[in-house]
Design a protein around this ligand. Structure first.
Ligand code: B12
Ligand code: SF4
Length: 473
């Protein structure tokens, strides 16, 4: 069978030269290809790098792919802030294609029934991890035998519970060759923060043991964590290094350090194969798993950066979001990393309930006091399916139209903090931006050799002119 998988389009006015490689569709493609099917991925997000921010051109390229590839089945990935793109894409596809049309991903997992009710063009949706369910669908299994499937049956919607994949090592490697990697393999500063390198992202585990109120992870992956073996991980690392010549790896695991013995085994195997001589890497980890010996081992194996979900410098805020951590634990973890010469990236959440200007001041003062290498302030988003959504916005998404304007309005007007938007903007311009700009300049110099710096400045000069052509042409 020929299967076309599609990523949604998100418009980025100032698109970075590169970004994290998405893994969902390459994983689906890996298993389908292993079973003998032909698979293509149309990445509407990355396509804008070549086609500019012009959505009409991206839609045209997608329809042309369908006409030429003649898929027997189409599957679309959906995230909540872009669900209007799923609605529009499904409508466009149905103008030229009559075969099975499915969707999967975080949004679908959160609201499967509403997705089928609001998007009549879809035949079915698959919740949770999609690999085996999609394969069974493709191979013609009975609907009732496909885990996570929600389908239409004589005007009724029927469903089966999703089943997390228990033995992750049975999954073939993600098939990156189905993606157009020309965008993702560029050198960029985002993935391994401030290191101007070409990277690929990998996942060595799925799930999380915590239950932060705002997070969608346990919705898609169920309770607890499942692991790939160290041998699988290092084999995959070697393969992406050989196949794509990347300079770095970004591990997407929610907490890479959750099993210490496994981390040590991965590091030992990497060192045994000499991979630390060719690759630098970054991980995400919970602060309570940071210990000096572990950080030392990571460093020996090439890890240069640990990202932590610090979220806030206020204990009250951490407790209110059920973060199950303390300011003290965060400070201890940062100090250990600094003593061991490991860089830290702190994810901070902003726009939280009851937030005032003095909270912003406290947070910035804390980051300065801790001398955190790098940090980001992301606005809290209330995604459907999370416990935060159940508490603050129950039923809102289910009851609203999923048009571009209304979905964007939902995400743009989530005012939970006490700070009026104009006041926040003025504060950010005055206090945050000058500090982060200074840090970025310093970090760029500290994290790159002369060759990479030269390449970075050359890209800046060339891209500035081509960038204008992209977005104004
Ligand atoms: C890498 C990443 C990115 C990258 C790559 C984006 C891309 N094109 O995929 C970048 C940085 C560009 C990005 C951007 C955005 N992202 Co993002 N991203 C991630 C991240 C960290 C990892 C994704 C990944 O590779 N996961 C690993 C794979 C194996 O898991 P998976 O994606 O869940 O896929 C499995 C199932 O969901 C299912 N499945 C998925 N798709 C499909 C399709 C079909 C047909 C089927 C059957 C099954 C299926 O099967 C897969 C395999 O088991 C996740 C967090 C996370 N841990 O997942 C956030 C996440 C997916 N992103 C999110 C968001 C909101 C965005 C943005 C909208 C950000 C924004 N506000 O502007 C944009 C959208 C861009 C886009 N076009 O998708 C949210 C989605 C939340 C939600 N409820 O919808 C997440 C969950 C983060 C979060 N908790 O907030 N993102
Ligand atoms: S925010 Fe991080 S620690 Fe909290 S539940 Fe989500 S993945 Fe787990």
């Amino acid at each position: 069978m020929r299967i076309l998988l599609i990523y949604p389009y998100a418009s980025y006015k100032t698109m970075p030269p590169s970004s994290w490689v998405p893994l969902s569709l390459p994983y689906l493609a890996g298993l389908l290809k292993q079973a003998g099917h032909e698979v293509k991925i149309m990445d509407r997000f990355a396509a804008q790098y070549k086609l500019g921010g012009n959505q009409a051109l991206i839609d045209k390229a997608m329809l042309q792919t369908i006409t030429e590839f003649k898929p027997d089945l189409i599957g679309i990935n959906a995230v909540s802030p872009l669900v209007y793109d799923l609605v529009e894409t499904a409508g466009l596809i149905r103008q030229i294609y009559t075969g099975p049309l499915l969707a999967g991903g975080h949004h679908v997992t959160a609201l499967p029934e509403a997705t089928l009710q609001k998007i009549p063009e879809l035949d079915a949706v698959i919740t949770g991890e999609g690999e085996y369910s999609l394969l069974r669908f493709v191979e013609g299994a009975k609907a009732a035998d496909i885990p996570g499937l929600w389908w239409r049956d004589n005007g009724q919607i029927r469903s089966n519970p999703a089943e997390p994949i228990t033995d992750l090592d049975k999954l073939p490697f993600p098939d990156f060759s189905s993606l157009d990697l020309s965008y993702y393999l560029n050198r960029g500063l985002e993935t391994i923060r401030h290191h101007y390198v070409s990277t690929i992202s990998l996942l060595t585990s799925r799930g999380c043991v915590k239950k932060c109120e705002f997070c969608t992870e346990s919705l898609t992956y169920g309770k607890g964590v499942r692991f790939h073996s160290p041998e699988y991980v290092v084999e995959l690392l070697g393969k992406v290094y050989r196949d794509y010549g990347v300079e770095g790896i970004y591990f997407h695991d929610n907490d890479f350090l959750i099993s210490r013995s496994r981390v040590e085994a991965i590091c030992d195997l990497m060192i045994k194969r000499g991979l630390q001589r060719h690759l630098i890497w970054a991980i995400q980890a919970r602060a309570d798993h940071i210990e000096p010996e572990v950080v030392r081992r990571l460093k020996q194996a090439g890890c240069v950066l640990i990202e932590m979900g610090i979220e806030s410098a206020s204990q009250q805020t951490l407790d209110s979001m059920h973060k199950d951590s303390t300011v003290e634990i965060n400070e201890r973890a940062i100090k250990i990393c600094q003593q061991e010469g490991m860089k830290i990236h702190a994810y901070m959440l902003t726009g939280v309930e009851g937030e005032t200007i003095s909270d912003l001041e406290q947070r910035l003062a804390w980051l300065k006091k801790m001398r955190v290498f790098s940090f980001s302030w992301s606005p809290l988003q209330v995604h459907p399916g999370t416990r935060l959504y159940q508490r603050l916005r129950p039923g809102v998404f289910e009851n609203m139209p999923w048009s571009r304007e209304i979905v964007q309005d939902y995400y743009n007007n989530q005012q939970l903090s006490e700070i009026p938007p104009a006041e926040r903007q003025a504060w950010m311009e005055r206090n945050y931006m000058p500090y982060i700009r200074r840090r970025r300049r310093l970090n760029l110099i500290r994290s790159n050799n002369v060759e990479r710096l030269w390449d970075f400045f050359e890209m800046k000069i060339n891209r500035n002119s081509s960038h204008r052509e992209f977005f104004e042409g």
